[in-house]
Ligand binder design. Structure first.
Ligand SMILES: [Zn+2]
Length: 865
């Protein structure tokens, strides 16, 4: 599964704004306060009682893997869908056997059903069975003891009501319905779809099963749908039967066992693009109007499958792979076996697809087909066994396809994401104590997990790392695993003990905080002192293999050390004097580090380092910490030719913000112009346009006018913004009018900005129609402009705009959209009834994080009240 990363950015803003210490009260806080308030008994009695209480609490909260009483072998489902009431009408037949001990009660997960009939299937006969049902678990009383040598077939006829008791979710998965009816009342303008989201234990919202990741079974699903819809599910379509009443029954069969949370169905109208890798059939399924875009968005899939198969030495384990883009998805994407489902942000038209940046999420879900689906965690406590690998696949693919510099940049962004979360909480990666399994889906499991695998790879070397993964996958194929299985596989293959590594990284919380200092007083033998400064009460003293590199001119040398003390000194024995010495040049170690390097060090680093990420760091540090004087400018001008696109992007932005204190030589201006025209990276081109707009809005107006038609929306949008901003361009109205039909957000933002500044009251309908049409991130961006336009148009009736914002803030499925709409309503806060409406929204908001943020926003108004 993947987060909607955009949502994460929003949420991290929320986290910072809502991090008042009193905002979250946990059970342990309450306990602390209670025990803290008990008179003044002796120290011994306090600590002993505390320890006992804490241990009791831990025992109760221990989150182990679920006991396997039965082994589910196969599930046959026959499903129909009642769109009007949002029900699934189903029949399930489960083939099972007791796992080890004799059993006479079968417990199935079945959440929010009406149960119509339960029976034991004996040949053609149905023998009714007694049962008890509490709306969560269906307990079926079997007619006798069954032993592990017996198999039995149990049938259940039921009506599932996925919408009941919905609304609980996590930051990764924002709801728990399991099965979703999208636009069930078939309102024109939005597709009608059904899709499912099983992780964590939500598939039992639509079929009775043993909804635990350490279970795995084969299945066959018969799905009866209207003829115009297609169905997509796990495994292969076995047959299609037309029923003569406008419906059709598709029969899907999944012959390889997998965990219940990985079962999925999608129903809707989709264009299916056929592709293949050898004999493996691949399809990309999207709404018809995104068909051309999808060819571009998903085009790397065959190469990606071949790359991962090769790297792991295990071919793609399943008979086909479908990738489907749906509406209103509750997560970024989900890796159901043979059918990954993606959020609608991947719906791109042909021109938008030129700048598609979705390879990371495509790689992530694909890698799960091995790590998660072929080999599956035995409990959610072991979530990094799925997500750390999927996260790290993003690095592996980027490194392969775009080079190490780009991969390292993703790596640093992920590391910073974890470090930001670590300010709020520090957990073991493998967590046996949590309140809600959805809590496992955080940046620890993903970003920290991926970084830990990166360190392990760098420590062992590529050959050993991938050979170990091969051993692990083959040994545990079609079975469930815990963290020790991974360690044992690495140890078996490499012959190395890795307990220390797994203990400190997977089974403990926190990360090293390193203080790095070089002593150059003997130039031929530079001394490095490293101090570990993390809190040893909560965090390990780490053993860290690391590298130090140094440069003499362009020549690079490297040596390895192991840090295993709190304060430790290392002699480089470098021989001749060096120009630059770097600790962990490629930022492989998961740590926070403190250094005292000066300007000169960073200047050399920016010029000499062969690692793009180190040059980026150097230039960023220089511009953030030192005056942007003539010498600095020269360094930045030179870096416009850097081979790493992120460096060029950074340099353009820094020159732009410091332009007032610079003299831009003609040849540098020419170089920037050339970048705007032909840099291979369209984001870099757009950065160059923004800079040129500061350098000479009139001089470059013809260029901007021309680039408005560039095939890349990044370029066209930046050029449009630049052109519309400049009041000396007399034909701005004509240009804006010509582009009003644009549908891409890069174009809509400058248009909305321009129209709002023109205070053109005739454009209300244009704003309304965009608000209705847009979705996902684009809608998020547009909402602010929408609110701003109407708030500034005093002559227009505000009620329709307030009403639309209220509706979005109240009922949009995505929490970040609800939040944006909520915020936009503050543009009208002084108007009659708006404050009451906003309070009503806050009171009715079901997402705790959004509610907290809203409360923060509301606070000043309530105080004024
Ligand atoms: Zn994932």
């Amino acid at each position: 599964m993947n987060f909607n990363k955009y949502l994460l950015v929003v949420i991290s803003i929320l986290l910072c704004l809502s991090c008042k210490p009193s905002s979250v009260v946990t059970d342990s806080d309450v306990e602390e306060r209670q025990t803290g308030g008990v008179g003044t008994p002796s120290l011994d009695s306090i600590s002993l009682a505390d320890i006992a209480t804490e241990k009791e609490r831990q025992l109760l909260q221990y989150q182990g893997s679920r006991e396997r009483k039965f082994d589910l072998i196969h599930t046959s489902l026959d499903l129909q869908f009642d769109y009007d009431s949002g029900f699934v009408v189903g029949q399930a037949i489960l083939l099972l056997k007791p796992y080890f001990y004799d059993q006479e009660v079968l417990e199935l997960d079945a959440k929010d059903y009406d149960i119509h009939e339960i029976w034991l299937q004996e040949g053609a006969d149905r023998r009714p069975l007694a049962s008890r049902y509490n709306q969560r678990v269906l307990s079926i009383y079997l007619p006798r003891h069954y032993t592990a040598l017996d198999t039995l077939e149990v049938g259940v006829r039921y009506k599932a009501k996925p919408n009941e008791n919905s609304g609980m979710g996590s930051s990764a998965i924002t709801d728990n319905k399991g099965l979703y009816f999208i636009n069930p009342h078939k309102v024109a303008g939005k597709p009608v779809q059904i899709w499912t989201q099983g992780e964590t234990e939500h598939n039992s919202k639509w079929f009775p099963t043993i909804d635990s990741p350490n279970e795995r079974a084969t299945h066959d699903f018969k799905l009866t749908v209207e003829d115009r819809y297609i169905t997509i599910s796990n495994g292969k379509m076995e047959s299609q039967k037309h029923n003569g009443d406008g419906t059709r029954t598709d029969h899907w069969r999944m012959d390889q066992p997998h965990a219940p949370y990985l079962a999925a169905i999608v129903v809707g109208e989709f264009a299916a693009i056929q592709d293949s890798l050898g004999v493996l059939p691949l399809r990309y399924l999207v709404e018809k109007q995104y068909e051309q875009g999808a060819k571009e968005v998903f085009k790397n899939t065959p190469e990606m499958i071949a790359f991962f198969s090769d790297l792991l030495g295990v071919d793609f384990p399943w008979p086909k792979y479908d990738q489907v883009v749906v509406r209103d998805f509750v997560s970024g994407a989900m890796e159901n076996t043979t059918v990954s489902i993606f959020m609608e942000e991947l719906n791109l038209d042909e021109r938008e697809a030129i700048d598609s940046e979705w390879d990371y999420i495509i790689a992530h879900e694909l890698f799960h087909q091995w790590f998660g689906n072929y080999v599956t965690l035995e409990s959610w406590s072991n979530l990094p066994l799925n997500e750390a690998f999927a996260d790290y696949s993003e690095y592996l693919w980027t490194e392969h396809k775009e080079g190490k510099d780009n991969a390292d940049m993703q790596h640093i962004v992920a590391l910073e994401g974890y470090l930001a979360e670590a300010q709020e909480k520090q957990e073991d990666l493998i967590r046996f104590y949590y309140e809600d399994m959805e809590d496992m889906f955080d940046r620890h499991s993903y970003a920290k997990g991926g970084r830990v695998l990166h360190m392990l790879r760098k420590y062992l070397g590529d050959e050993a790392f991938f050979a170990s993964l091969n051993f692990y996958l083959e040994k545990h194929a079609y079975s469930s695993v815990e963290i020790h299985d991974l360690r044992l596989a690495f140890e078996k293959v490499t012959g190395k003990d890795l307990n220390w590594f797994f203990n400190q990284w997977f089974l403990a919380s926190g990360h090293p905080v390193l203080d790095i200092e070089f002593d150059h007083s003997q130039p031929e033998n530079v001394l490095l002192t490293v101090k570990q400064k993390q809190d040893f009460n909560t965090t390990p003293l780490y053993q860290i293999p690391f590298k130090v590199s140094w440069y003499k001119g362009k020549e690079r040398r490297e040596t390895s050390f192991v840090l295993n003390q709190a304060v430790q000194q290392f002699a480089l024995e470098n021989g001749e004097a060096t120009d630059l010495v770097l600790f962990d040049e490629s930022k492989e170690i998961l740590s926070e580090s403190q250094t005292r390097f000066g300007r000169e060090h960073f200047e050399r680093q920016s010029l000499l380092s062969k690692a793009g990420i180190a040059r980026y760091e150097a230039l960023d540090s220089l511009s953030n910490n030192y005056p942007f004087d003539g010498d600095m400018a020269l360094l930045f001008f030179e870096a416009l030719d850097d081979s790493f696109s992120s460096v060029r992007e950074l340099v353009l932005a820094k020159i732009r913000t410091n332009l007032d204190s610079l003299i831009l030589p003609a040849e540098v201006e020419d170089r920037i112009l050339a970048i705007a025209e032909e840099d291979p990276d369209n984001k870099v081109r757009s950065g160059a346009i923004e800079l040129l707009n500061r350098v000479g809005p009139d001089k470059f107006a013809p260029l901007f006018y021309r680039l408005v038609n560039d095939s890349s929306y990044y370029v066209a949008g930046a050029a449009l913004a630049a052109y519309l901003e400049n009041e000396s361009n007399n034909d701005r109205d004509d240009l804006a009018k010509r582009l009003l039909e644009s549908t891409n957000i890069q174009m809509l933002v400058p248009l909305a900005d321009y129209i709002t500044n023109r205070k053109d009251p005739a454009m209300g309908d244009w704003f309304h129609s965009q608000l209705v049409r847009l979705n996902g991130e684009s809608l998020y961006y547009f909402i602010g402009y929408y609110g701003d336009y109407f708030a500034r148009m005093s002559e227009l009736d505000h009620d329709p705009a307030i009403g639309r914002l209220f509706e979005l803030a109240k009922s949009h499925p995505a929490n970040y959209i609800r939040l944006a709409a909520f915020q936009a309503m503050f543009g009208f806060i002084d108007e009659e009834g708006v404050l009451e409406k906003v309070k009503e929204l806050n009171a009715g908001e079901r997402d705790e994080m959004v509610r907290d943020y809203q409360g923060f926003f509301l606070e000043s108004y309530i105080d004024e009240d």
